[in-house]
Design a binder for this molecule. Structure first.
Ligand SMILES: Cc1cc2nc3c(=O)[nH]c(=O)nc-3n(C[C@H](O)[C@H](O)[C@H](O)COP(=O)(O)OP(=O)(O)OC[C@H]3O[C@@H](n4cnc5c(N)ncnc54)[C@H](O)[C@@H]3O)c2cc1C
Length: 423
């Protein structure tokens, strides 16, 4: 990756996760001078720690146009670098009529948007699984064009595409703050010096609220702790990715399976969760069966973290190069047990490795992909709420449209930051 900082670029991007790198790729392809600045390593936080699902199934309908466009981009990426992208199909399994009714309602809205998902009956499931199931599923919501890719490879591959198109990427280079002149974003100040830019894109994942707050911009965002395990390589037959409600699993390119469950997510009480409790309360109510609330050390850690910092001294971004929280072994152990009960072929599955990450969430679980009205020249692509790996390439392309003032490829209205103003 690059070493000497440029003095001036067209667009400076903060954060080399999948969203920042996809934005850089799209802008570099359009011929702009782009530089990406990353406090740690490419894809070191959420983008390498996720389940690897690329799905339309179950998504908020506002995200479906992006999810459909992302499929074409994933094919383009896979054609140039092996990121393990495969359209395996994804199935959400149903154990009750209430589950099926929920899936039917989702499907009624998704079909007109061109999503080729379908409801499957009990009788159709054995062919789908290719292995025996011991649980009495009554059907499933299935989308055959959904799939998986390997998170450990994907963001680095997109970085290589961006660099090949002319972008520069600087790892171990924290951005301390925006260089603001007469109210406009005129560049960034990094720990290694200033870089002037006509536009600045913040794709900072779980750090975006802190960066925005220091710039005087309120971005309502919290962090949710989520754990995952991978098994040793095994042949269990199951190839498609499956959400069984109390477990999820998908086949990996290394022959093992990534296993988790929605209920393995933990929302720690932090000063921000108190500040934002009114905005997040409806989300918490609807997700509470999947989310454990926890009071612990993170409250004090975040309370002690400076929220205002300038260009001269070190900032929290240098102090935390890569968020690497410990996994919740109990909850992912439960997920593996549930998987074994549901599919006996997993009876001998062994845990090879477990890890965790912080998912950055917004009050409506929809990302912000938007200009920041208060600071012309400053753009935000963040708050992907657990969906940013699959839609990341299309989200980056949309951000690139907004930065260039092009007609956006999908309607960005649902993703505007200003919807949170006045709360
Ligand atoms: C356990 C888990 C499972 C998930 N499963 C899925 C899934 O199956 N499918 C799916 O679509 N999504 C999934 N997600 C969500 C997905 O991983 C994220 O939405 C996506 O990776 C977000 O990408 P990003 O680029 O916005 O953020 P990140 O990948 O978090 O990248 C942000 C980067 O910005 C850097 N940064 C921040 N501030 C600064 C600064 N001031 N200076 C320099 N650098 C900075 C950080 O170091 C970081 O590398 C999951 C997430 C987790 C944690």
């Amino acid at each position: 990756m690059a070493s000497v900082l440029p003095r001036q670029v067209d667009v400076a991007i903060i954060g080399a996760g999948i969203v920042g790198m996809s934005t850089a790729w799209a802008l570099a392809k359009a011929g702009l001078r782009v530089a990406v600045f990353e406090k740690g390593v490419i894809g070191g936080e959420q983008s390498s720690r996720n389940w690897g699902w690329i799905r339309t199934v179950g998504r908020d309908h506002k995200e479906l146009p992006l999810a459909m466009q992302a499929i074409d981009l994933w094919k383009e990426i896979q054609a140039q670098h092996d990121v393990g992208y495969r359209q395996t199909g994804i199935a959400y399994l149903a154990e009750s009529e209430a589950d099926m009714t929920g899936y039917r309602k989702w499907l009624d809205k998704a079909l007109p948007l061109g999503v080729p998902a379908q409801l499957l009956s009990r009788e159709q499931l054995p062919d789908l699984f290719n292995t025996q199931s011991a649980r009495a599923w009554i059907g499933a919501l299935h989308c055959p064009v959904d799939g998986v890719a390997e998170p450990e490879r994907a963001t680095r591959a997109i970085a290589m595409l961006a660099v090949a198109a002319g972008a520069q990427v600087f790892e171990q280079t924290a951005v301390r703050c925006l260089d603001r002149q007469v109210g406009l974003a005129k560049g960034i100040v990094t720990e290694r010096g200033r870089v002037a830019a006509d536009a600045v894109v913040l794709a900072g994942g779980a750090w975006s609220r802190l960066f925005c707050g220091n710039t005087g911009v309120n971005f309502p965002q919290l962090k949710v702790h989520a754990s995952v395990l991978r098994t040793t390589p095994m042949d269990a037959g199951l190839d498609l990715a499956v959400n069984g409600r109390d477990f999820t699993c998908r086949k990996r390119a290394d022959g093992g399976y990534s296993v988790s469950q929605l209920g393995a997510s933990v929302a720690d009480l932090t000063p921000d969760s108190i500040r934002l409790c009114r905005q997040f309360f409806p989300a918490w109510l609807s997700e509470k069966k999947y989310l454990k609330l926890r009071v612990g050390k993170r409250f004090l850690d975040e309370l002690m973290m400076p929220t205002r910092f300038g260009a001269e001294g070190p900032t929290p971004f240098e102090a935390h190069r890569t968020l690497d929280p410990a996994p919740g072994m109990k909850s992912i152990g439960v997920a593996l047990d549930k998987l074994k009960q549901a599919f006996p072929a997993f009876a001998s599955a062994q845990i090879a490795h477990a890890w965790a990450g912080f998912i950055d969430v917004t009050p409506d679980a929809i990302p912000v992909i938007s200009g920041v009205d208060e600071v012309p020249g400053f753009f935000l692509a963040s708050g992907f709420s657990g969906h940013g790996f699959g839609i990341g390439p299309a989200a980056g392309a949309l951000m690139a449209d907004l930065v260039q003032g092009n007609t956006p490829r999908v309607d960005p209205y649902a993703f505007r930051l200003s919807k949170y103003a006045g709360h």
